[in-house]
Design a protein around this ligand. Structure first.
Ligand SMILES: C[S@@+](CC[C@H](N)C(=O)[O-])C[C@H]1O[C@@H](n2cnc3c(N)ncnc32)[C@H](O)[C@@H]1O
Length: 365
């Protein structure tokens, strides 16, 4: 039986995630604020967690009913067949939200559902439980979902070094896709920090599944079928002619990025070097994509210095990178302008660590 699967992503990137969903065969998508929904089955849930690079988590809508007061919520939550998804031996936590509804106290609603789960199914309730049930009450309609991912999906399971202001892998992959990158061209990041863009691009080229190294919450559900899940995993081809380049002026970043690449198993096709942006050279071979997420004012560095850094970056691109496209993620349109690069109109704002950033892109220079 199919149910709604909701893929959460960074607000602003929903259409890009929808595009990725189509590319892996998910259909009849609904692009909604904060994510993408489609109807599917548990196998789709497992595959979405394992394959999608852009989703931050995957929620499964397991039930819904109307409730106009707490006693009704209590009764209907007790009648719900929790055992189809949850296990009596795996601790659960419940989070609730409510809007435009007679039940307005989210804490009391969560407590009723917790009690129903612990008394009817026998599963312990714990604050740090590995399985989370989400209760959303909107216009007196109660929707029950389970978080099938657990830790946010940007945690691929192989990154130890994170650097100063890392970009999340999920967002980096969607930015690469928004730049038209599909794993078939070289990518260069001249301010690579922990190497997120470079490693994501290399994994895409090698056809690796993003979740291959990690565990998911759904592995602790009652309906989990190890054999069927293992059948979804595939060996990556493991070879590409393409090369992915990262540089940074910071020694520690280059050491950390190289270790991250090694743990991810992409060290055969990535090259990291310590270089200031003004020393970056065009790699031999076909043109591709330069992608960069320079320091932001207020976070690292000061705005005046940032103007000259962006000017130098633009000059290097214009003089040495003919034929390459440039994508730049920044929260400051003035700094993008300082590059003097022929950017097309910027993307819609994208939520990034409490900031709103935009993607600026050029055609081939
Ligand atoms: C916002 S961070 C990039 C984070 C990166 N995208 C990641 O996911 O880890 C900006 C990076 O620019 C580097 N940087 C600043 N000025 C530079 C310069 N002149 N040349 C090269 N790198 C520079 C910093 O060392 C820092 O690692």
């Amino acid at each position: 039986m199919s149910f709604e699967i909701f893929l959460v992503c960074a607000p602003g990137l929903e259409p890009v995630l929808a595009d990725e969903c189509r590319s892996v065969g998910f259909a009849k998508l609904r692009v909604l604020p904060g994510g993408v929904a489609f109807d599917g089955e548990w196998l789709d849930v497992w595959r979405a967690n394992l394959e999608l690079r852009g989703a931050t988590r995957v929620l499964a809508r397991i039930g819904s009913f109307r409730a106009f007061h707490l006693a009704q919520l209590d009764k209907r939550a007790r009648k719900f067949d929790w055992g189809t998804v949850l296990r009596p031996d795996v601790p659960v936590r419940v989070e609730a939200s409510s809007k435009r509804s007679k039940i307005y106290h989210a804490g009391a609603a969560a407590q009723r559902v917790e009690r129903a789960i612990s008394e009817e199914l026998g599963a312990p309730i714990a604050k740090d439980a590995p399985v989370q049930v989400k209760v959303r009450i909107d216009d007196n309609l109660v929707t029950l979902s389970v978080d099938t991912s657990g830790e946010s999906l940007h945690k691929r399971g192989h990154k130890r070094f994170t650097g100063k202001a890392p970009m999340r892998e999920t967002m980096a992959s969607l930015i690469l896709r928004a730049c038209g990158h599909d794993g078939t061209e070289p990518v260069l990041d001249p301010m690579c920090g922990s190497g997120t863009f470079v490693i994501e691009a290399a994994e895409m080229a090698l056809g690796m599944q993003s979740g291959r190294e990690r565990m998911f919450s759904f592995e602790r559900f009652s309906n989990f079928n190890t054999e069927a899940y293992e059948g979804l995993k595939r060996e990556a081809p493991g070879e590409t002619e393409l090369r992915f380049f990262g540089s940074d002026r910071d020694d520690g970043a280059i050491r950390g990025a190289s270790e991250n690449a090694k743990r991810a198993g992409v060290d055969g096709c990535v090259l990291f070097s310590r270089n200031a942006v003004s020393d970056v050279q065009r790699p031999d071979g076909p043109p591709g994509l330069v992608i960069v997420n320079p320091p932001y004012g207020g976070r690292i560095g000061d705005r005046k210095l940032l103007f000259s850094l962006h000017g130098a970056f633009g000059e290097v691109m214009r003089s040495r990178f003919r034929g390459w496209r440039v994508g730049m993620v920044t929260n400051d349109g003035g700094l993008a302008k300082a590059t003097k690069l022929p950017f097309k109109p910027a993307s819609a704002p994208i939520a990034h660590g409490g900031l709103k950033v935009r993607l600026f892109q050029t055609d081939p220079l």
